[in-house]
Design a protein around this ligand. Structure first.
Ligand SMILES: Cc1cc2nc3c(=O)[nH]c(=O)nc-3n(C[C@H](O)[C@H](O)[C@H](O)COP(=O)(O)O)c2cc1C
Length: 353
């Protein structure tokens, strides 16, 4: 038996384990599999168009009556006026030249933040749960989603953010330690200085807020879930372990690198998108480490790297690809998502008994 039922009651789920939203890797099939196994499945919708969101929501609705969480980025759109791209362009030029790509691409907004138009589309999809990365959505979004009965999750990387999310109307908080794969969801203080680990962050956040806390970052088996509950969390969110799952849409090269990776292979880097995100160290991360501070503001840096990543991938190389992975990404399992999910829950329940 689980020692707490707060998340189960909030989301109408059987097990307090969340399959993390992962834009580019989580799929409707993955979220459906986990929801049907009694967990909270999640879909990273940050890079989706309105059409893609509608199609994904239809696939989810056809596959499960269970709880699925739709996740969006709510970052501030950057003003590129104050950014000088010269240093990054000079650093990227030799790599572009080696691939015959000409001048390095200029930074530009590729993934707009969650806005009123997307809110309308989301509401029409009748989601049970929605979550947000990089801060709070607009007050209007919070009000309308709550009126529609949608449960809301925010992401905190420090105590100040957790308090802000609770005051802003979130129903639960993901406390995301720096071990986590993908972007730090930081929004108070310089993002690259928000690097608290899961072990310290979770109990500090639990003590600071009344709403349920979901621990995330570096959790890959039942030991991690049980430990998160001992730290006072009401559940755990797990991402990287699902990256090689049958239903994962991570690129084959990404899956291959994960399968071959040793421990201590990841780094928080701004080089791919402009915001700190944990990736496996590849050639870009190693050779441009002196240029972390030259990255264009999130998410515009992505446009400068994308042509290189694509050209290298076409030649079978992951040298410039964003290889998001948590510190425990080497334990990513090539198996059906439901089996991975059930193994983790069974291990945790055995330990907690
Ligand atoms: C490939 C990948 C993509 C991610 N994309 C998102 C995202 O779109 N939205 C989000 O809130 N978190 C995203 N994250 C972070 C996860 O939701 C979660 O916090 C993290 O995976 C937990 O740590 P772990 O990877 O050590 O399990 C992503 C993580 C990975 C590995």
């Amino acid at each position: 038996m689980w020692p707490t039922d707060r998340l189960q009651t909030l989301f109408g789920i059987e097990h307090p384990v969340v399959q993390a939203p992962m834009a580019g890797a989580s799929t409707p099939a993955m979220a459906v599999a986990v929801a049907n196994a009694g967990g909270l499945g999640s879909l990273g919708c940050a890079m989706m168009s309105a059409e893609q969101l509608r199609a994904a929501a239809a696939e989810v609705a056809a596959g499960t009556n269970g709880a699925v969480n739709f996740n969006f980025f709510v970052h501030e759109e950057p003003d590129l006026g104050g950014h000088d791209p010269a240093a990054m362009r000079a650093a990227l030029a030799p790599f572009y030249a080696a691939y015959g790509l000409g001048e390095p691409a200029a930074p530009k907004v590729g993934a707009p933040a969650f806005d009123d138009a997307m809110l309308e589309v989301l509401l029409s999809c009748a989601p049970k749960v929605a979550s947000f990365h990089f801060g709070l959505p607009s007050q209007r979004a919070v009000d309308e989603l709550k009126r529609a009965g949608v449960k809301l999750i925010g992401n905190a990387t420090n105590v100040a953010e957790a308090r802000t999310l609770e005051a802003g109307g979130m129903d639960a908080i993901v406390a995301q330690g720096a071990e986590a794969g993908g972007h730090r969801g930081a929004f108070i203080g310089p993002a690259h200085e928000n690097d608290m680990g899961t072990m310290a962050l979770v109990p500090l956040v639990v003590d600071a807020v009344k709403i349920p806390v979901i621990a995330a970052g570096g959790i890959f088996d039942g030991r991690g879930v049980a430990a998160a509950l001992m730290l006072g969390a009401s559940g755990a969110q797990i991402g990287s372990v699902f990256l090689r799952a049958d239903e994962s849409s991570a690129p084959a090269l990404h899956k291959q690198v994960l399968a071959d990776t040793p421990d201590n292979a990841t780094k928080l880097t701004r080089l791919f998108t402009g915001r700190p995100a944990r990736s496996i160290r590849n050639r870009l991360v190693r050779e441009l480490s002196a240029h972390e501070g030259d990255a264009a503001p999130f998410p515009t840096q992505r446009a400068a790297i994308a042509p290189l990543a694509k050209a290298a991938a076409t030649r079978g190389s992951a040298d410039f690809m964003q290889l998001w992975s948590g510190q425990a990404g080497l334990r990513a399992e090539a198996a059906p998502s439901a089996r991975i999910f059930r193994r983790i829950c069974d291990e945790a329940l055995a330990l907690l008994a």
